[in-house]
Design a protein around this ligand. Structure first.
Ligand code: ATP
Length: 319
């Protein structure tokens, strides 16, 4: 392969820049030309390409977000739009692409591979909701942000006999919630894996107040499970705690990537280029049992997500 493109798609995540840098530098070191593609599949269709040199990716390793910009282009599901992208690539001599994004972005990569452009997917999202890997780029940084926020809330909650309900992201994946809960010694965790049982939550909090005499409590909930403000109100009305909701929101997506994410992104970027050099397309890169692996995107999308049952059990044992 002589010339490859790189794009970031879907929601941005800290560490995407480290992956862009790794793909660029490993490719250039192997004599492969690299083209940066702006704004995900939109830039691919519109042909917003920029030739990258080693210095194009200088000073981005420690920066959150993505230098290439990200966008959603729902029309990319349309075969005619995919054909336009292929024509742009052929006109510019780009033979293969590395796509950094989520499972939607993987589907786009798979479609392009079927049309003759080898694509490799790299999992980038703070939600850790992509199959085919234990961890995604950005998850560790977001987890640090959540832990930092909950530690601070704990300080103020304990001064006021308060129960903090903290909503974290995850897009129907409870990993940010359960990892935060175990890291912070939360009292309750509510995620897609645990399900939402309001009466049970209120009962537990009443017990913690009256029998255990806790002077504060932290409830970590995944987004999209329930309204955090509504739950906080019910806690104030039905338990001895004063309930307060904090929705961490988009601060979880920002910040300088953690060393763990920088290393993960660099290793995954290297692997993606190695695969393309071996003429492999339609695969995604992952880390499983701390080994960098790859598998066909089809296979990844049909795999169950890594189980966190052991962490939920540990959480229960630690309260
Ligand atoms: P995140 O989970 O962070 O939101 P994602 O990659 O899953 O990331 P999506 O919005 O699902 O985010 O997908 C990103 C883009 O990938 C879409 O805007 C679209 O351009 C492309 N895409 C998604 N699904 C498909 C599909 N079935 N076929 C072709 N392209 C797709």
């Amino acid at each position: 392969v002589r010339k490859i493109g790189i794009l970031t798609s879907g929601g941005d995540a800290p560490g995407m820049n480290a992956a862009i840098r790794a793909v660029t530098r490993v490719a250039l070191a192997n004599g492969i030309e690299v083209v940066g593609i702006r704004d995900g599949y939109r830039g691919l269709v519109e042909g917003t390409f920029e030739a990258y040199s080693k210095t194009s990716v200088s000073d981005i390793l420690d920066r959150g977000g993505t230098k290439l910009g990200s966008a959603r282009l729902p029309e990319f599901k349309d075969p005619e739009v995919q054909e336009m992208a292929v024509n742009q690539l052929k006109a510019n001599g780009i033979e293969a692409i590395v796509v950094i994004g989520g499972d939607g972005s993987y589907r786009g990569a798979q479609a392009l591979t079927k049309l003759g452009i080898n694509c490799i997917g790299i999992p980038g999202t703070i939600d850790n909701d992509i199959p085919g890997t234990d961890f995604t780029i950005g998850f560790d940084t977001a987890l640090r942000t959540c832990v930092d926020a909950v530690d601070k809330l704990r300080d103020t909650s304990s001064s006021h006999h308060r129960c903090s309900v903290v909503e974290v992201m995850g897009n129907r994946c409870g990993d940010l919630a359960v990892y935060t809960a175990v890291s912070c010694g939360a009292e309750i965790v509510v995620s897609p894996e645990t399900g939402y049982d309001e009466l049970d939550i209120l009962e537990k909090l009443r017990y913690l107040d009256t029998a255990v005499h806790k002077n504060h409590a932290i409830v970590i909930i995944s987004e999209k499970i329930t309204d955090a403000d509504g739950l906080a109100r019910k806690i104030s009305q039905n338990t001895g705690f004063s309930g307060r909701a904090t929705v961490l929101g988009h601060i979880q997506r920002g910040g300088s990537p953690s060393p763990t994410d920088r290393i993960l992104a660099s290793r995954m970027g290297e692997k993606a280029v190695d695969l393309l050099m071996n003429d492999i397309g339609g695969h995604c890169v992952g880390i499983i049992d701390n080994k960098i692996i790859s598998m066909p995107i089809d296979e990844a999308l049909n795999r169950p997500k890594a189980s966190r049952k052991h962490l939920y059990r540990l959480f229960d044992r630690l309260i």
